[in-house]
Design a protein around this ligand. Structure first.
Ligand code: AP5
Length: 216
């Protein structure tokens, strides 16, 4: 099953993608994580992406589609994948559709995580992430250790207030049209109330995935 996760920054896509991945036995593909790993390694692509990411702008579509082409055709995605924040513009939605059609596959489900802006800002201003495995945490100080891999927790540069404001605007302007694009292409966009305990949100997402009809 190929699942697209949509939602504004801080909606909990990464948190839920990890849980759904463990539950469904398919990998999570998070373009943000791939890009941050490239920045950390200091690759040419990573250095090019860094300036966009730090100010909260989107990295060019061609870069994202290049990443997705590589991972979606790799054996690790043979059983399916959870695309976490990997489709953020209409050209990306079109590109992913074409790419999947070429290998005889398609997007099966679209989940939209819905949270109001005040809660998003609160979450992002309190978030630290592991610089190793990228697990996000709430209420944990930068400099402490990750429970999963022992890596150091850090603040993300794009979680500073100015970048967060820009990310929310970019989401409204460039990513929200993707919701309509999927509806126009006869895909049901399952809106998940993503405010509430993490376990409850996971249960809501699983319920939406188990619903048999992925079409509108
Ligand atoms: P990316 O890393 O994907 O950032 P994002 O989409 O802005 O999403 P976030 O990681 O901020 O939030 P999330 O929804 O995953 O929430 P999380 O689970 O962490 O992308 C970063 C940048 O890379 C982009 O700005 C762009 O530059 C570039 N990029 C990536 N993909 C791209 C693409 N396709 N095209 C172009 N550019 C691209 O949760 C947030 C916090 O809330 C955490 O602390 C978590 O612990 C907490 N939390 C989670 N759930 C709950 C809950 N239910 N209740 C309370 N707290 C919760």
């Amino acid at each position: 099953m190929i699942i697209v996760l949509l939602g504004p920054p801080g909606a909990g896509k990464g948190t839920q993608a990890d849980r759904l991945s463990a539950r469904l036995g398919i990998p999570k593909i998070a373009t943000g994580d791939v890009l941050r790993a490239a920045v950390k390694q200091g690759t040419r692509g990573g250095l090019d992406a860094k300036a966009y990411m730090d100010r909260g702008d989107l990295v060019p579509d061609s870069v994202i589609l290049g990443i997705l082409q590589e991972v979606m055709t790799s054996p690790s995605a043979a059983k399916g994948a959870i695309l976490d924040g990997a489709v953020r513009t209409v050209p990306q939605a079109e590109g992913v559709g074409i790419m999947l059609a070429e290998i005889g596959r398609k997007v099966d489900k679209v989940l939209l995580f819905d949270v109001d802006d005040n809660e998003l800002v609160k979450r992002l201003s309190g978030r630290t992430v592991c610089e190793g495995c990228q697990t996000p945490y709430m209420g944990r100080e930068a400099g402490t250790r990750c429970e999963k891999c022992g890596g150091t927790l850090v603040r993300r540069k794009d979680d500073e207030p100015e970048a967060v404001r820009n990310r929310l605007q970019v989401y409204r302007r460039q990513t929200e049209p993707v919701i309509q694009w999927y509806k126009d292409h006869k895909m049901k966009v399952n809106k998940i109330d993503a405010d509430g305990p993490v376990d409850t949100v996971t249960a809501r997402a699983l319920e939406a995935l188990e619903h048999p009809d992925g079409k509108q």
